[in-house]
Design a protein around this ligand. Structure first.
Ligand SMILES: CC(C)(COP(=O)(O)OP(=O)(O)OC[C@H]1O[C@@H](n2cnc3c(N)ncnc32)[C@H](O)[C@@H]1OP(=O)(O)O)[C@@H](O)C(=O)NCCC(=O)NCCS
Length: 189
């Protein structure tokens, strides 16, 4: 007999109970745990703090039921949000949390009159490539030997607020983003 109260089968999909908010010092142990479980070459606490001390660097966390389930670190460049680190806890993946975090970044673009989100993804990180592609980012250049640890290439993926029909271009050699657009800008500006 069906009662109408049958639980839904499949992954937990409710997004309304996830809050994306500014990262605070108290979040660091949970953020570090997610970082360690997400990356072979994980950032250390010092890496996070060093980055977040920069006045143009922002940390945000996704929180669900008072537990940190994801985080992102990005820097504010003149016309771009450059994502430096982005992860969702392994136990919370495929539930739309990463998508919500990207949505938050896209909302910030128009609010702050910036037009682009950019990030680098390791050539071996197919999951992240598929995920960011699903979010509307396009891989349009490659940074050869970008990572000091493995000398892997990085694919540069971008989302531009104004080019909805952008085609995927063949990869070309590319200057690091920081060199192209080093003009940091404060979020309040
Ligand atoms: C990449 C990552 C952030 C995705 O976060 P997430 O919360 O699981 O993503 P979502 O649930 O919002 O996924 C949205 C869509 O992305 C795609 N996607 C996500 N993970 C995928 C996977 N493992 N394989 C294929 N597609 C995937 C799917 O299309 C998915 O939609 P669906 O679940 O309806 O099929 C997460 O896997 C992660 O933290 N990975 C390790 C850290 C990392 O690589 N960070 C990026 C560094 S550049």
């Amino acid at each position: 007999m069906t009662t109408g109260n049958t639980p839904k089968i499949g992954p937990y999909r409710s997004q309304c109970d996830v809050q994306v908010r500014w990262m605070i010092r108290r979040d660091m142990p949970e953020v570090l745990e997610i970082e360690r479980q997400s990356f072979e070459f994980a950032w250390t606490e010092e890496d996070f703090l060093c980055c977040l001390r920069q006045r143009n660097c922002i940390g945000m966390v996704a929180e669900r039921q008072e537990r940190i389930v994801g985080f992102m670190i990005y820097e504010l460049l003149k016309s771009q949000l450059h994502v430096l680190n982005f992860a969702v806890a392994p136990w919370s993946r495929r539930q739309g949390i990463g998508s919500q975090m990207v949505k938050r970044l896209v909302n910030k673009l128009s609010q702050q009159r910036r037009e682009e989100i950019a990030l680098e993804v390791r050539e071996t990180n197919l999951t992240a490539q598929l995920f960011f592609k699903k979010q509307g980012l396009v891989a349009n250049s490659v940074l050869r030997g970008h990572y000091e640890d493995t000398e892997e290439d990085a694919y540069v993926m971008r989302y531009n607020l104004y080019s909805f029909d952008e085609q995927i271009l063949p990869f070309t050699r590319h200057q690091p983003l920081q060199e192209l657009d080093a003009d940091a800008d404060a979020e309040a500006a």
